[in-house]
Design a protein around this ligand. Structure first.
Ligand code: MTE
Length: 323
């Protein structure tokens, strides 16, 4: 049993160090020439987000249905320097630590209630999938938000490839486990590895997207290379990074945060401005890179595509549908 400890990110954002403060501090250190490492830091973040991955190798078409997220895109250097990836630390500036992850030769195992278990290299998987660009909103449960141009393919295409048995009701996703590389995994009170899950109907929804790139490039490690999920109508913690296993099952998966703190983080976690987190309001959100607070949108604005998936569910599950 893990020791139940409040996740550090589960703080109202106002309690965390504002971006502008740590940026100014870096700029100040660089300017004062305090030590080689500090002096090498640029005043801005442009060069401080890890190595630049190659451009996406093939021509990329943006799916016209997801070309405009209704808000300006978050600058790459902002989105790539403010991340949640607990495997590399329980703070936002994990971009350096995440570079330790070796993604060459990565494979994903697909097992459980499928016609045949298989393990596939991400390069082979990508080659077999309809890769495109989609600009999605991302809403973290901590009440910050971003707009990111992801590169990837519909999860439904992978479900089709997996040929699930009719008994399969859920997909359970698992992240790698390697505490030598990911030092955050030495924090024994967390229930590693990171696990997430969706229903098979959610997986089949066109919005569910397997991400392998961002900003026209191969995916940066801090974004969850080489392959992660994007479920834009749900709180960001559902969008699991660096996936190694996808299991089709008839049991509802218990996710990482649910296991740690089930009263605050449930299975469904659909974005809703009217259901507050037990410790803070979800009515507004801050766009990363700005001080602007905007109204939170029901299903993060994707209700037209997904609201039908939850018909009648609130009556059965109460407000857990929203946490
Ligand atoms: N996946 C793993 N494996 N580990 C994590 O800590 N954090 C989640 C999610 N996926 C997380 C994860 C949370 S809380 C959020 S908000 C998003 O990733 C953040 O994605 P981003 O850093 O690309 O913006």
């Amino acid at each position: 049993m893990p020791i139940i400890r409040r996740p550090d990110w589960a703080l109202p954002e106002s309690a965390a160090t504002p971006e502008s403060v740590w940026l100014d501090r870096r700029a100040l250190l660089a300017g004062m020439g305090l030590g080689a490492a500090a002096a090498a830091l640029p005043a801005g973040r442009a060069q401080a987000m890890g190595p630049t991955p190659p451009d996406w190798p093939a021509p990329l078409a943006t799916n016209p249905a997801f070309a405009d997220a209704g808000r300006p895109r978050t600058a790459e250097e902002v989105a790539a320097t403010y991340n949640n990836f607990y495997e590399f630390g329980s703070h936002k500036q994990i971009y350096d630590a995440a570079q330790r992850l070796e993604t060459a030769g990565w494979t994903v195992t697909v097992d459980g209630l499928v016609e045949e278990t298989f393990e596939i290299g991400t390069d082979d998987l990508i080659a077999a999938m309809p890769v495109e660009e989609r600009v999605y909103r991302l809403r973290c449960v901590e009440a910050w938000a971003a707009v990111i141009p992801w590169v990837g393919f519909p999860l439904s295409a992978l479900v089709e490839k997996a040929r699930p048995l009719s008994a399969a009701k859920y997909l359970r996703f698992e992240t790698f486990q390697n505490p030598d590389v990911a030092r955050g995994q030495r924090q024994f009170w967390y229930p590693w590895p990171y696990v997430e899950g969706v229903t098979i109907e959610e997986a089949a929804n066109d919005l569910s997207f397997m991400v392998v790139g961002a900003y026209g490039r191969v995916l940066r490690n801090q974004f969850g290379a080489p392959i992660r999920l994007a479920l834009p109508w749900k709180y960001g913690f559902k969008s699991i990074k660096s996936i190694t296993r996808i299991t089709f099952t008839d049991e509802r998966p218990v996710s990482f945060w649910e296991e740690l703190q089930s009263a605050e983080y449930g299975f469904w976690a659909n974005v809703n401005p009217d259901v507050d987190h037990p410790r803070w309001s979800q009515a507004t959100e801050r766009m990363l890179g700005t001080d602007e607070r905007l109204p939170t949108m029901l299903f993060n604005g994707y209700g037209e595509q997904v609201a039908h998936l939850y018909d009648g569910l609130e009556a059965r599950e109460g407000d857990r549908v929203w946490r």
